[in-house]
Design a protein around this ligand. Sequence first.
Ligand SMILES: *[C@@H]1O[C@H](CO)[C@@H](O)[C@H](O)[C@H]1NC(C)=O
Ligand SMILES: *[C@@H]1O[C@H](CO)[C@@H](O)[C@H](O)[C@H]1NC(C)=O
Ligand SMILES: *[C@@H]1O[C@H](CO)[C@@H](O)[C@H](O)[C@H]1NC(C)=O
Ligand SMILES: *[C@@H]1O[C@H](CO)[C@@H](O)[C@H](O)[C@H]1NC(C)=O
Ligand SMILES: *[C@@H]1O[C@H](CO)[C@@H](O)[C@H](O)[C@H]1NC(C)=O
Ligand SMILES: *[C@@H]1O[C@H](CO)[C@@H](O)[C@H](O)[C@H]1NC(C)=O
Ligand SMILES: *[C@@H]1O[C@H](CO)[C@@H](O)[C@H](O)[C@H]1NC(C)=O
Ligand SMILES: *[C@@H]1O[C@H](CO)[C@@H](O)[C@H](O)[C@H]1NC(C)=O
Ligand SMILES: *[C@@H]1O[C@H](CO)[C@@H](O)[C@H](O)[C@H]1NC(C)=O
Ligand SMILES: *[C@@H]1O[C@H](CO)[C@@H](O)[C@H](O)[C@H]1NC(C)=O
Ligand SMILES: *[C@@H]1O[C@H](CO)[C@@H](O)[C@H](O)[C@H]1NC(C)=O
Ligand SMILES: *[C@@H]1O[C@H](CO)[C@@H](O)[C@H](O)[C@H]1NC(C)=O
Length: 701
Amino acid sequence: MDIRQFSVMFMLLLFCFQAHVLESQNQVCNSDDIGALRDFQKGLNSGIESWATADCCSWVGIICKSSLPLGLVSSTRVVGLELGSRNLTGSLSESFVGLNQLRYLNLSHNFLSGDLPRYLFILQNLEVLDLSDNHFSGLFPDSINLPSIQFLDLSQNYLYGTINPSMCNQSTNIQVLNLSMNYFSGNISGFGKCASLNFLMLDSNMINGSLPNDIFWLQNLRQLHIQNNRISGLLSDGLGNLSKLVQVDLSLNRFSGNLPDVFTSLSNLESFSAHSNNFIGRLPFSLSNSSTIETLHLRNNSLSGPIDLNFTLMVRLSSLILSSNKFHGPIPPSITFCRNLKTLNLARNPLGGQVPESFKNLESLSVLSLSNTSLHNISGALGVLQQCRNLRTLILTLNFHGEEIPTYPALQFRSLEALMIPYCGLTGVIPQWLSNCSKLQLLDLSWNYLGGSIPDGFSALESLFYIDLSNNSLSGDIPKSLTKLRSLSGDFNRLRNPSLDIPLFKGTNQYNKLRSFPPTLDLSYNKLSGKIWPDFGKLRNLHVLGLQHNQLSGLIPEEMSSMKSLEVLDLSHNNLSGTIPPSFTSLSFLSRFSVAFNHLYGRIPSGGQFLTFNCSSFEGNNGGGLFGCHRTAKEIPADFPGDVPSFNAEPRKHTREIVDFPFGIGVVAGFLLAVFICYMSGLLLPKNKKRSRRTLGFILL
Ligand SMILES: *[C@@H]1O[C@H](CO)[C@@H](O)[C@H](O)[C@H]1NC(C)=O
Ligand SMILES: *[C@@H]1O[C@H](CO)[C@@H](O)[C@H](O)[C@H]1NC(C)=O
Ligand SMILES: *[C@@H]1O[C@H](CO)[C@@H](O)[C@H](O)[C@H]1NC(C)=O
Ligand SMILES: *[C@@H]1O[C@H](CO)[C@@H](O)[C@H](O)[C@H]1NC(C)=O
Ligand SMILES: *[C@@H]1O[C@H](CO)[C@@H](O)[C@H](O)[C@H]1NC(C)=O
Ligand SMILES: *[C@@H]1O[C@H](CO)[C@@H](O)[C@H](O)[C@H]1NC(C)=O
Ligand SMILES: *[C@@H]1O[C@H](CO)[C@@H](O)[C@H](O)[C@H]1NC(C)=O
Ligand SMILES: *[C@@H]1O[C@H](CO)[C@@H](O)[C@H](O)[C@H]1NC(C)=O
Ligand SMILES: *[C@@H]1O[C@H](CO)[C@@H](O)[C@H](O)[C@H]1NC(C)=O
Ligand SMILES: *[C@@H]1O[C@H](CO)[C@@H](O)[C@H](O)[C@H]1NC(C)=O
Ligand SMILES: *[C@@H]1O[C@H](CO)[C@@H](O)[C@H](O)[C@H]1NC(C)=O
Ligand SMILES: *[C@@H]1O[C@H](CO)[C@@H](O)[C@H](O)[C@H]1NC(C)=O
């Protein structure tokens, strides 16, 4: 039974209760019950509407049941309280001792606080108790005697202390136990008695110690969620005892040692996640026997050896995430037996070699990241991957060092929405075939050595809203066609397109979706010359425009003040002359602005966002100088709306030669993929090339 079936079960249960309500409409409720309910209401800060009449069975949220003992008067008792999501505040009084026929109590999604009343935990008939998403605090009840309980949900509260191991002495029928998202600590030994448990959710607490062996006695367990705790030690072979397991999530803990080679026994397993632990050793070969597994997520461990599973039987595998480990190559050609594979992330492993020819058969493949895997042969890679007709996201950051980007016109990625090949030191020119990728929305070719001019073809790409060509050697004019990009001129609503729902990291501790990246045109750190087209003013949907560190000349067009969405505008380090158009004060979202190191003169516009910019945004202008700047106060914080990486007003140009990426990374359990924007302190680059410190790179972790 999965969660859905469970929900159906409980809906049926509810339905039964509702039926009883009808049946008991003319019954007057028991006087003990009415007293207890009035006490309960007294503990709340606000009353509940309709809880005034004499017959409590007609009150909102009350479920009654009458029994007709043979030859006797009927008795009607309150058997359920359904008061979820009613914004109740206050605390629970101990009135529940009177409601001793209660079978169903749902107070979830309220603002109830205080300790959990002890008397709730001795209700002999209670089958369902849902107190999730409230503000209850205090310790886990020290004695629980709920012999009928099947479903207990205390998740999303402020409970702490150890989880009382003896709770299953009396509560032997419990099938669902959800204690997620609290502050429980200590170890979790003692669950062995809860033999009926189907779902055990202990994730997002502060549980530590090792995983006790009695967990592996729970032969009925279908879902085990203990992710995001501090559990350490080895993962025992006992896992193989739990043959009914469907979902296992151990991620974000401190497990060490090898993954147990027990997957042959787990014949129902669909999802196994153990990312962000300290697992070492090779992939357990028994995974090859898993014909049920759909998701295997082992990112961010220290697993090593080759990826040498026999993929022949793993026909249902749809998501394989092995990134940030120490696997060595080659990329196994037999992965193509996994015909349902949609997501493949092998990033940050020293694989080496090439993309296997057989990858052209991965018909379902939608997301592929091979970032930082020491790949070579970009021509071969693109030639093979263009045949994956459902490929939507391709991330190849940090590979192919110094190779030439292929330009043969036949390349075509029909489904591709995001293409990222930055930090590859690629030579050559920006290829014309990009304009055949008609679905392209995001393009990142930054930090390469691409020369020549920017081709005209981009304006044909109707969905393109994110272009990063920064840190290359592009020369010539900015093509006027860039001012015609439909998605940037505002009449394209990318949010309507659900296809880019790719979870990702952005900045530190933050996740986002690819499609929620700000519309961006970053051409900074190139050798572009000529003038800035007045038609840039048409890009009403553009949020970030980076043109700094080029050789642009001429005036700053007044028309740019109609770029109403602009948050970042950096024109620094060019040869621009004239004045700053006063109408720029109407750019009301502008939070970063720099025209430093040009030949501008005249008064700095005053008003609007211009009151917030630091003087460093205007310095170094030798065309007569800019005046009217007074603000030398502290720097504007880096996290401004949209949270795009900051544009450094003071560029730090210097030579780098180390491979070292100090970056902070957010921790979000359950996400299968991550695209990460990092501030890199440098990467392997020839010594003679000047680079800025500011960088923007996508790395799928
Ligand atoms: C409790 O009520 C909420 C809605 O208020 C509902 O979402 C939840 O599923 C209910 N819990 C149970 C166990 O039925
Ligand atoms: C609870 O509060 C929210 C917002 O404060 C409101 O939208 C919602 O209607 C309230 N629910 C009830 C049942 O009063
Ligand atoms: C457990 O609780 C969490 C948080 O309240 C919720 O997201 C999850 O669906 C619950 N799981 C079950 C099986 O009730
Ligand atoms: C539960 O059982 C264990 C072992 O059988 C025993 O040590 C413990 O005292 C019992 N707890 C309760 C509350 O009965
Ligand atoms: C678990 O955490 C508690 C405090 O939270 C600490 O006293 C205990 O030593 C820890 N146990 C282990 C095995 O780390
Ligand atoms: C759990 O903690 C208790 C005491 O806090 C200790 O006696 C027991 O050995 C621990 N169990 C495990 C598996 O660490
Ligand atoms: C497997 O489950 C059985 C029955 O619950 C138990 O006796 C045995 O110790 C378990 N094996 C492991 C390795 O935990
Ligand atoms: C990787 O795992 C470690 C724990 O092993 C964790 O501290 C770190 O935050 C994780 N990194 C990422 C990027 O998830
Ligand atoms: C895979 O399953 C077969 C038959 O069920 C078994 O003989 C073999 O040992 C298993 N392989 C591994 C690696 O567990
Ligand atoms: C992989 O498994 C299939 C089916 O179990 C078998 O026929 C094939 O020989 C295996 N391949 C290798 C390389 O072991
Ligand atoms: C690239 O991979 C190497 C080794 O696999 C690692 O040391 C380095 O930190 C990685 N760089 C990035 C940016 O992921
Ligand atoms: C690159 O890959 C293509 C296609 O897989 C292959 O034909 C070519 O020989 C490869 N080139 C090199 C230098 O390995």
